[in-house]
Write a protein that binds this ligand. Structure first.
Ligand SMILES: Nc1ncnc2c1ncn2[C@@H]1O[C@H](COP(=O)(O)OP(=O)(O)OP(=O)(O)O)[C@@H](O)[C@H]1O
Ligand SMILES: [Mg+2]
Length: 383
């Protein structure tokens, strides 16, 4: 008996020690990611980080509160829960949706930390605040590298959370993948089609991907006809998309502008409330670009909220939008109707607009944010 007792006592003691160690391990595992996240947030600037204003903007440094207030007000106006509401499909107007953002920012760490050396932080988008109202057509403009695609990625929930600050809301509800999937459509810069399918067949393929299977054939086709008509493609619906096939065979088909409009049609077929388009006019001649923008803006009459990035717009394109967001080196320097732009840069910031020398307001503003903000002397010499 004595020998059995002498075996039991150490066994129980060891199992107690193992239990305590396992408990300690579990506690540190649970606490670890949280404290690590906190440390990371501190080093990268969390959502509460204050904006560093390089260029003054009506929505930075204190003005952000105004947009938050407005967002809350509109949420009461358009009061439905985007997580539980059922999107409208089959040819009727989508649910009205407003998108707002509060102090969104994006930064990346560059270079590996070494002995006594820290990674360098590159601020790609500085904290900014604003909103797109329901049924509004907005354009993100600015020179190459200004941060347009980065901003669009954050607004559509496509950026990883690491390095991303601030909050995006849909009708006052924080944007989640469920909300993005139900209400938001993103049309990228590339047209992805099979060259030997017709415009109708291509749209049909996308409709099976984005329209609920429960919708009957007649309603599905009514939605397709309406979308083709909206984008001015009824005449070419039986034409092949065209392009290069494997083996180098070239199939003649839609023009560049028609192909781009078909891409937008495919993004619209699920009747999304919010449509984001990355550079829908790039690669088009000025007439096709204007026609594309007119089609895009006409979507707001159907109840869609539209946001797109645009490169070097001509004046008619600039004026066609309800709101322009102008970015310069990752700063949101202006967000308001295009008509107020001249007054803001001229009267508000003291950059004089001279019509004879500066050309159109659109040209002047884009040149201003491309060159003059960066280097006044360079701008002077380039004249
Ligand atoms: N992950 C990253 N790491 C390092 N730099 C990045 C990263 N993502 C973006 N950048 C840089 O941030 C800047 C903004 O990029 P972004 O693609 O948003 O610009 P853009 O305005 O869309 O330009 P473009 O008109 O040429 O498409 C660029 O200088 C780009 O090189
Ligand atoms: Mg881009």
């Amino acid at each position: 008996m004595g020998s059995i007792d002498s075996l039991w006592i150490p066994t129980i003691a060891v199992s107690h020690i193992v239990g305590v160690l396992m408990w300690l391990y579990a506690v540190t595992r649970l606490a670890g990611p949280k404290s690590k996240r906190k440390a990371q947030q501190q080093s990268q600037g969390g959502p509460d980080e204050q904006p560093a204003a390089k260029h003054p903007s009506p929505y930075q440094n204190g003005h952000g509160d105004r947009a938050v207030e407005l967002s809350q007000a509109i949420h009461e106006e358009l009061d439905f829960d985007p997580e539980t509401a059922v999107p409208v499909v089959g040819g009727t107007s989508p649910l009205p949706v407003e998108l707002s953002w509060t102090l969104i920012s994006y930064k990346v760490l560059q270079g590996k930390p070494g002995k006594g050396k820290k990674s360098k932080v590159k601020q790609i988008l500085h904290p900014c605040t604003g909103r797109f109202r329901a049924g509004e057509a907005a354009a993100l403009m600015g020179p190459s590298g200004a941060g347009k695609s980065t901003m669009m990625d954050i607004l559509t929930g496509r950026k990883p959370s690491e390095g991303t600050g601030g909050t995006v809301r849909v009708n006052g509800h924080v944007l989640t993948p469920v909300i993005a999937g139900k209400y938001l459509s993103y049309v990228g810069q590339e047209d992805v089609f099979l060259p030997n399918l017709t415009a109708w067949e291509s749209l049909n393929f996308y409709s099976w991907l984005s329209v609920p299977a429960a919708l009957n054939r007649a309603d599905r086709q009514a939605g397709m006809h309406k979308t083709l008509e909206t984008m001015g493609l009824q005449e070419v619906k039986h034409s092949m998309v065209g392009g290069s096939m494997p083996g180098g065979v070239l199939v003649r088909g839609l023009s560049g502008g028609e192909k781009r409009r078909l891409s937008v049609a495919c993004g619209l077929i699920g009747n999304p409330s919010l449509v984001f388009l990355d550079e829908p006019t790039t690669g088009l001649d000025s007439h096709a670009a204007l026609s594309m923008v007119r089609h895009i803006v006409s979507l707001t009459r159907l109840g869609h909220t539209i946001a797109c990035s645009i490169h070097q717009p001509r004046q008619e394109i600039f004026n066609a939008f309800d709101k322009v967001v102008i970015l310069s080196e990752g700063h949101q320097v202006y967000i308001d109707p295009p008509g107020g732009c001249c007054q803001w840069f001229n009267g508000g910031l003291g950059y004089a607009y001279r019509p004879e020398e500066d050309g159109t307001v659109a040209d002047w503003v884009i040149t201003l944010v491309s060159i003059r903000f960066r280097d006044e002397d360079t701008a002077h010499n380039s004249r």
